[in-house]
Write a protein that binds this ligand. Sequence first.
Ligand SMILES: Nc1ncnc2c1ncn2[C@@H]1O[C@H](COP(=O)(O)OP(=O)(O)O)[C@@H](O)[C@H]1O
Ligand SMILES: [Mg+2]
Length: 283
Amino acid sequence: MLKFKGVSKTFGSITALEDIDLDISKGEFVFITGPSGSGKTTLLRLILRELLPDKGEIVIAGEDITKMPRKLVPELRQQIGTVFQDFKVLDERTLEENIEIALAVLGISQKEWEKRIENVLELTGLTERRKLFPSQLSGGELQRVSLARALVINPKLILADEPTGNLDWETAQELMELFKQIHKEGKTIIMATHHRGLVDNEDFREIVLNRGKVTGESKDDEDEKKDKHVTGEKDEHEEKDEKVESSDESEKDRKEVADLKHKKEQTKDKIKLKDKIKMKFKK
Ligand SMILES: Nc1ncnc2c1ncn2[C@@H]1O[C@H](COP(=O)(O)OP(=O)(O)O)[C@@H](O)[C@H]1O
Ligand SMILES: [Mg+2]
């Protein structure tokens, strides 16, 4: 369902990913591991088309998304659930409203809307806390809210970027159980993590990145045996340069703060849209 063919991504003089080939099947659970700075987040952002590669193809469900017209990108993102390390919840909204935000853009019936909310609340064990605000929730609960929000759009694919990064070991394991349950129900999951304990506990395929290259792969299934190879280190990485090319469409919101602000604004727009949709249903 997802293929990378010779994908490279640089930021100025930094090579974040180099000549990546990947083939992830529908229903797979794949860990992306590797040290900080090895390219994990860049890989996920490419799948969301938050970034465009310098070269290569990224094929999702038969379509090269690098060639997809911009106006179709929102549609692409509506099929991908995302979970991030820092939860990305809105503090001034209840847990339930935080989940509803994701539904606002989908244009589904009120009945379907309510059904989906009930389902994800139950699945993530949050039904009783639905009216609480983020400040009243623990880290583990907040991450379950993120997961519920990712799931409520009924995505084909779930991308998780260090989802356990802010959780203690026990809570991380609980969250992992939830991811496993979702995987069992048929979802394709790609999880970037350097939580070694979690990876070692599972039999899932692991793709190891190092300085932007795939330096190892493990897969238990017999189908699709991959080459295992270890590549040398590249000097060009030593001199890190935060400069980026301004021509890259993805770089406009380069600074993380700006990025977050932007996301918050977008979310606010979505809430407004959601309210509008709700009003419509009430009529
Ligand atoms: N927007 C960006 N601008 C400049 N450099 C970036 C940007 N995003 C990532 N990088 C660089 O690309 C490399 C890979 O980063 P990243 O994908 O975030 O790694 P990881 O998620 O594995 O920690 C790092 O050297 C990082 O500094
Ligand atoms: Mg990262």
